[in-house]
Design a binder for this molecule. Structure first.
Ligand code: ADP
Length: 408
């Protein structure tokens, strides 16, 4: 398209553009590539661009091939591309430029009546299009700045997304490594621990010959340690199963009062070792509950063991069961050391253990910080929930709720 002297005159610096309308990008030195086989059109565009900021760098080429060559050697902030090029279709060049320079926006310059072609160009990746006969300095510069801003934002988003994906991949990798670590460690420990337990038992029971009381005592301690290790190994196994979604529930209809009473009986000797009073309160009107008894026993065992473990000699632990809004509610209350508020929100996380304060003496059974994590997961598998209310120095109340059969 040819331009007249009047048009060049119209594009001269007399037309004013409000600086405030342009954002900060407008302030930097901008490099623009114009691809147009009509030198007059190129010149008019260049004038319009420099009218806003004479410092802008504008380079003009007349063919698509020359443009590709330029782009290979230099970096541009924006490209103005004439739809009608002598050496090929603009569509082809758009595709090539988008593929090699995805973050350099292209603005199509089309003749009047070419709007459909321009729309197609935008589908191929152009940022905007302008009809040549309506180009003013203001319209052209606004379009350039909008295109650069939009492309810049897309680029930041793209980079952030790529970083997020990489972080996500790394997390998945680490998660798989942890799962495999749990599995390998627990598997490798299981057999030797069982063997040590069995041989200790043979010696303690004097199957392999008579031993004196001190030796018997030592064997008993060894067996107790093996039992503790076995529990830890089972916890590791369970954690690996939970992580891989392989922990299955074997649900039965259960009287929760009975289950709690049985668990309390088992835990009495442990409580007695620390001179702790362990009591329970039943709810005789409690309906039967659908749950996996061995898994809920495991949760009760974890919570009551912790209550005993983190309560001073002579303290008290109570377990109560009640009902609320379609749920049975079990509370394990101790008047022990309590949990500092900064730890409370993390204690159900895998491997989380609070720092013990100096002078606090817990039982020797220190654990791994996995019991509460497993408890939470098991309760959630039952569609229930678990929480803790605690104050440092005053004790803790762990509460878990399980839905009744009809409420699910
Ligand atoms: P651990 O094997 O360390 O007991 P848990 O997952 O069972 O692991 O508990 C995580 C942490 O929560 C414990 O290390 C302990 O600091 C804290 N905790 C759990 N129960 C109690 C409790 N009843 N009183 C005080 N602190 C508790």
């Amino acid at each position: 398209m040819k331009h007249t002297a009047e048009e060049f005159e119209k594009a001269a610096p007399s037309e004013s553009i409000s600086a405030s309308a342009l954002n900060s990008i407008d302030q930097c030195v901008m490099r623009i590539l114009i691809i147009d086989d009509d030198p007059a059109d190129s010149k008019l565009c260049e004038l319009n661009i420099k009218k806003v900021d004479a410092g802008r760098s504008v380079q003009c080429v007349s063919t698509g091939a020359a443009a590709l060559q330029c782009l290979a050697e230099e970096t541009f902030d924006c490209i103005l591309l004439d739809y009608h090029l002598a050496d090929g279709s603009a569509d082809t060049y758009i595709q090539q430029i988008v593929a090699t320079h995805p973050w350099t926006p292209i603005i199509m310059l089309s003749g009047a009546g070419d709007e459909r072609k321009a729309a197609r160009a935008m589908r191929l990746g152009a940022a905007d299009y302008l009809t040549k006969d309506r180009i003013t300095a203001q319209a052209l510069n606004r379009s350039i700045i909008n295109a650069i801003t939009k492309w810049g934002l897309s680029r930041s988003l793209h980079i952030e997304r790529r970083e997020l994906l990489a972080a996500n991949r790394e997390l998945h990798k680490q998660r798989r490594e942890i799962q495999s670590f749990y599995h390998t460690v627990s598997h490798e420990l299981k057999t030797p621990i069982t063997a040590i337990r069995e041989f200790s038992s043979l010696v303690a029971d004097e199957v392999l010959g008579e031993i004196n009381p001190e030796q018997k005592d030592a064997m008993q301690t060894s067996m107790t340690c093996c039992d503790r290790l076995t529990r830890l190994v089972h916890d590791l196994f369970d954690a690996a199963r939970i992580e891989t979604g392989k922990l299955e529930l074997h649900v039965e209809t259960i009287d929760l009062n009975d289950l709690i009473a049985r668990e309390i009986r088992i835990m009495q000797s442990k409580a007695a070792e620390r001179n702790i009073t362990l009591v329970s309160a039943q709810d005789v009107s409690l309906p039967a509950v659908e749950l996996d008894p061995s898994r809920i026993s495991q949760v009760l065992c974890n919570l009551v063991s912790n209550a005993i473990k983190y309560t001073d000699h002579g303290g008290k632990v109570s377990v109560s069961v009640g009902q609320d809004a379609g749920h049975c509610v079990v509370k394990i209350i101790d008047n022990g050391f309590g949990i500092a508020s900064e730890h409370a929100e993390f204690i159900f996380d895998r491997l989380y253990q609070c720092d013990r304060q100096d002078g606090i003496e817990t039982s020797s059974d220190n654990g791994m910080g996995i019991g509460l994590y497993l408890s939470k997961k098991i309760i959630e598998l039952h569609d229930g929930d678990i929480n803790v209310v605690s104050r440092l120095g005053s004790g803790s109340t762990f509460t878990f709720r399980l839905p009744f059969k009809d409420a699910t």
